[in-house]
Design a protein around this ligand. Structure first.
Ligand code: ADP
Length: 399
């Protein structure tokens, strides 16, 4: 019999911290702790515990004293101990692994130093990740810790995909290039899609669309990422909840002249995307509702969003030559019938034909929404980055 292992997964961001416990190989998720609004007086801790024997899960919520990421991770680890879980290994989500990490890594001091060296590439994310890592290693010194990078899956990109058309020295001296993100998600849904088809991932050409608050697309040729829409940072590419995605670089310069660097950054990161265009909300569900009630700005924001996704899929079809499936994931990709319909309207030219009845249906979980005569399959595959990190952690830690 395969032995049951307990894996803790820590996702330590700057404004929220998540800790999940998984049992492997069953992949049951008996505990999930979220500390949100970290760094504010309104910080809260939400804990969900799945009861044994199919009883409903228990949910607890209370105010938390979490002035920073480190204290939030400490609170989450307190809950782990209180619930009596003793992990065999701990997996950590790390946003930026630069060019150093093409795979997850067993954490030691050298790996920590290498993650630290990537801070200039991800000044908001990597410091929070490092803070979480330090607290968890100090608390659980006798178990292996593994770093799983958002960028690692895309380290297979060739120079024609990762170089910007700027002086080469900027890449060589400062690491300025495309890295890509959401790699754990793109890799996970690609793997699930291969299983769905009963095929080996190395026999498929896929375009994966991770559409959540952050959005990115990935062209996957025979299991390897060959292009992706996010760049040096998660600001490039598709339109997102509050991030602009692609703009003329001269727009950035103009904004910086008008509002200073910090002002330009705030505009492009926090006030653009769906929020900026709709003037209403960053949330797709709200916008679809508003559009249905006649709000023209909300409607326009959704149309621009879908159009840009379709454009990127078209460009990836050119790169891949031939696509077996387009995969929708993330909160929007998994749930928005309207966005899927509008994206797929643009994909008919590729031979991807959506079955409108299936798309409008209430099915959840992994499903194929293409009509029977479609040359390209159109899948919805719910992503689960925490689960993927748990699997990767167990593999690397050999527990
Ligand atoms: P994150 O990137 O923060 O993990 P999610 O993957 O949860 O975010 O995606 C959040 C987005 O998914 C929001 O824009 C939300 O409105 C959208 N979403 C969730 N459910 C639906 C739905 N039923 N219809 C349309 N959009 C939805």
């Amino acid at each position: 019999m395969v032995q049951k292992r307990t894996i803790a997964v820590v996702n330590c961001g700057s404004s929220s911290v998540k800790l999940d416990v998984f049992f492997l190989p069953s992949e049951d998720n008996p505990l999930s702790v979220l500390v949100e609004r970290v760094g504010t007086a309104e910080a809260r801790l939400v804990q969900k515990r799945a009861s044994a024997g199919g009883e409903p899960e228990q949910r607890e919520e209370h105010a938390a004293n979490a002035p920073d990421s480190a204290s939030a991770v400490a609170l989450a680890l307190d809950e782990l101990t209180r619930a009596g879980f003793v992990p065999d290994a701990v997996g950590h989500r790390v946003v930026h692994g630069g060019e150093r990490f093409a795979e997850a890594a067993l954490i030691d001091d050298a790996v920590v130093a290498a993650i630290d060296a990537c801070v200039p590439l991800a000044p908001l994310h990597n410091p929070a990740n490092l803070a979480g890592l330090a607290v968890a290693r100090a608390r659980l010194p006798n178990v292996p810790h593994v770093a799983v990078f958002d960028t690692a899956f895309h380290q297979t990109l060739g120079p024609e995909a990762f170089l910007y058309a700027i002086p080469r020295a900027l890449h060589e001296q400062h690491g300025i290039r495309r890295y890509g993100f959401h790699g754990t998600s793109h890799g996970y849904v690609a793997e699930r899609a291969a299983r769905f088809f009963g095929r080996d991932p190395t026999t498929l050409n896929l375009v994966t669309l991770h559409l959540g608050n952050g959005c990115s697309a990935c062209a996957i040729s025979r299991g390897r990422s060959v292009d992706t829409s996010m760049g040096m940072t998660p600001l490039e590419g598709l339109m997102m909840g509050t991030r602009s995605g692609d703009v003329d670089p001269a727009v950035v310069l103009r904004l910086a002249r008008m509002h200073g660097i910090d002002g330009a950054e705030r505009l492009l990161l926090k006030e653009s995307g769906l929020l900026g265009v709709s003037r209403t909300s960053h949330d797709m569900r709200d916008l679809e509702q508003a559009a249905a009630e006649g709000n023209a700005d909300a409607d326009l924001a959704v149309r621009i969003f879908a159009r840009r996704v379709a454009k990127v899929v078209g460009s990836y079809a050119v790169l891949l030559g031939d696509i077996d499936a387009v995969i929708f994931t993330g909160g929007i990709g998994e749930n928005s019938r309207r966005v899927r319909r509008e994206v797929c309207q643009g994909l008919r030219v590729l031979g991807a034909l959506l079955d409108d009845r299936k798309n409008a249906g209430d099915l959840v979980g992994e499903r194929d929404l293409a009509s029977s005569d479609s040359r390209v399959r159109i899948l919805v595959i719910p992503t689960d980055e925490e689960r993927a990190i748990a699997q990767e952690t167990a593999r690397l830690a050999r527990v």
